[in-house]
Design a protein around this ligand. Sequence first.
Ligand code: PNS
Length: 163
Amino acid sequence: MKTVLYPGSFDPVTNGHLDVAHRAARIFDRLIIGVAANSEKNPLFSFEERIRLLREVCKDMPNTEIVSFSGLLINAVNEFDVSAVIRGIRAVSDFEYEFQMALMNRELNERCETLFMMPSPEYSYVSSRLIKEIARCGGDISPFVPPTVASAIVRKCGKSPGK
Ligand code: PNS
């Protein structure tokens, strides 16, 4: 039974994250999506809210579970006994940081293998950071996140998306 861990901040989860999660869940027996507890200094969504949103949007994925982890990713790799870590690469610009992190993680724990997966090109420009910026300025974020997440963002940002 091959289990993989897809870690991230998920502040908030986007359609791009979900695209990668669906692809990983099709390849592996079990997918664990790990929400990092302290990854963002000023998150829009609390840790509990990020987990709740992920659970909601992944509820139809039978071999997927949402967990939290704090501290180092390499410890979560041991704790959840996963075969590999999944990271999404949207563009070449993502690669340098991801490559460095993957090698550092493997240096810290030789069991920590990282697999890079590419989302569909339509998500290559979608990021949680841009979505938050667009929402804060009253823009329409509905094409980039699931409807539950779009509503939650609008509630947080106090504006309805300007269509
Ligand atoms: O969604 P993100 O913000 O790109 O996810 C980054 C994340 C949470 C996967 C990364 O920051 C992480 O692994 N944090 C846990 C702390 C850690 O292990 N840091 C050392 C990485 S070499």
